[in-house]
Design a binder for this molecule. Structure first.
Ligand code: SF4
Length: 382
C-alpha cells in the first residue's frame, strides 16, 4: 500500500490548508462550544466565503472549506468579529478535546490547561500533540487520539501518557492541570520532538527514548470505555448528526434556533445540552438507525488532492446495504482521515480504483485490489 502524505500539522484558521476545492479553514472553539449566535454567524460565513457547509472534525473542531485565497482575509476578519479567533500562537496549542457531556471538572481543567499552554515554554509542542479531558466514568473519549489524557478511573481521575496502559491518580482538577503540564514539559525536555518539529507521546515512549519519571506515571487503570453516542436525546440534551459530519448552513441555523450553546463532539456530531425538542431539517440525522450512520467517508476527490477516487457518492449508495451493527469505511487514500481505525469493511482509493480490506484499517493489506465502483456495487456483500 502506498504511503499517504503525512503533514505533521493540522490546518488552523491561521494556517489554512489548500485542498482541491480551495482553502480548508479550521476553527477551534474555545472550550469546545459555540453560542447559538456564533453558530448562525458561522453558517452565514460558510455560505458567504466557502462551500456552504460547516464540517465537524475528529478532534472536535469545526471547519469551512472551499474558501478562495481572495475571500480568506475577509473570512478571518469575520471570524474574529464572531469571537472565534484567538492569536495564532495560542490557537496552535489549543488542541484539547473535552468530554462533550461535561463530567465534573471537565471545563475547569480545560481552562487551566489553556492558560498554562499559553506560556512560551510550551511553544515547541508539535501541531498534532493533543490533550484529552475525559474525567468521568465510564470513559467517553477512549477512542479519541490524544497524547496527554486526564481520564476517569475507579475512585477518581488519573493522568495517563498515551502509550502507557495505566496512569497516576489525581487529587482534584487543580492537580490535573499541574500534572498534565508537567508531563508536557517532560515530553519537550526528554526529546519527544524530532528535528522536523513532529512528535507523539506514544511513539516517544515506545521507542524507549523516553522513560516516564515516577511522579508522572502510576498503576491505576482507566475506567472502562463506552461506545460513541448515537444521535437523538441524550443526558437531557440532543445529539445531532449530519451525513459525513457536514452540516449545511441551513441545518446549522436550525440547530441554533433550537437554542445554544452548541458543543462540538469528536464523534462528528453536535451536542445541544439545553435542547429537548427535535429540530426539523432534512439534513439533520437524529435517528440512531439512519443508514448513513453506518458508513464513514472522507472528502475524497476532487476536494482532497491526495485522493484519486470520489468517496461520498459510493458511501451513500452502499449505506442501505450495510448490516445493522457494522461500520464500513470509504477512504480516498490509505491515510484514513475519516475513520483511522478498524472497520468491518474498508474500501481504499488507489490509482482511480479501490482496494478492499476486511476487519482492518485503510493501511492494512487488502484482500482484493483495483475494484471499480461498478464492481463494488455488483460484488461486495457484507
Ligand atoms: S483519507 Fe481522504 S481526506 Fe484524508 S488524505 Fe486521504 S483522500 Fe484526503
Amino acid at each position: 500500500m502506498s504511503a499517504p502524505q503525512v503533514k505533521g500539522w493540522c490546518p488552523g484558521a491561521f494556517r489554512p490548508m489548500m485542498s482541491g476545492d480551495g482553502l480548508v479553514v479550521r476553527v477551534r472553539p474555545p472550550l469546545g462550544a459555540i453560542s447559538a449566535a456564533q453558530a448562525t454567524g458561522l453558517a452565514d460565513l460558510a455560505e458567504r466565503h466557502g462551500s456552504g457547509v460547516v464540517e465537524t472534525t475528529a478532534r472536535a473542531n469545526l471547519q469551512l472549506r472551499g474558501v478562495s485565497e481572495v475571500a480568506y482575509p475577509a473570512l478571518m476578519q469575520d471570524l474574529r468579529a464572531l469571537g472565534l479567533l484567538g492569536d495564532a500562537d495560542s490557537e496552535a496549542r489549543r488542541n484539547l478535546v473535552l468530554d462533550p457531556f461535561r463530567a465534573p471538572g471537565t471545563e475547569e481543567i480545560a481552562r487551566g490547561l489553556l492558560e498554562g499552554l499559553s506560556r512560551s515554554e510550551f511553544s515547541g509542542l508539535p501541531g498534532k500533540f493533543g490533550f484529552v479531558i475525559d474525567p468521568g466514568t465510564p470513559r467517553r473519549l477512549a477512542g479519541i487520539s490524544g497524547d496527554i489524557r486526564i481520564e476517569g478511573a475507579a475512585g477518581g481521575m488519573i493522568l495517563r501518557a498515551d502509550g502507557s496502559a495505566t496512569g497516576r491518580r489525581l487529587r482534584d482538577s487543580e492537580e490535573a492541570v499541574t500534572q498534565a503540564l508537567d508531563l508536557a514539559r517532560w515530553f519537550l525536555n526528554s526529546g519527544g520532538v524530532g528535528a522536523d518539529g513532529r512528535g507523539r507521546m506514544a511513539r516517544h515512549l515506545m521507542g524507549g527514548r523516553g522513560l516516564l519519571p515516577s511522579g508522572l506515571c502510576g498503576d491505576v487503570a482507566p475506567a472502562e470505555p463506552v461506545p460513541a453516542p448515537a444521535p437523538g436525546p441524550r443526558d437531557g440534551g440532543l445529539c445531532a448528526a449530519a451525513a459525513f459530519g457536514q452540516f449545511s448552513a441551513a441545518a446549522l441555523r436550525t440547530l441554533a434556533e433550537a437554542g445554544g450553546p452548541i458543543r462540538v463532539t469528536p464523534y462528528r456530531m453536535l451536542y445541544l445540552p439545553d435542547v429537548m425538542i427535535q429540530p426539523d431539517h432534512p439534513d439533520l440525522i437524529l435517528d440512531p438507525q439512519d443508514p448513513l450512520r453506518r458508513v464513514q467517508a472522507c472528502t475524497g476527490a476532487p476536494g482532497c488532492p491526495q485522493a484519486s477516487v470520489t468517496t461520498r457518492d459510493l458511501a451513500r449508495r452502499l449505506a442501505r446495504r450495510i448490516p445493522d451493527g457494522q461500520i464500513w469505511h470509504i477512504s480516498g487514500c490509505a491515510k484514513g482521515c475519516a475513520f483511522p481505525r478498524n472497520a468491518d469493511l474498508t474500501l481504499v482509493g488507489r490509482d482511480g480504483a479501490f482496494d478492499l480490506v476486511k476487519q482492518g484499517t485503510p493501511w492494512d493489506d487488502p484482500i482484493r485490489r483495483g475494484l471499480s465502483p461498478l464492481e463494488i456495487d455488483k460484488q461486495i456483500r457484507p
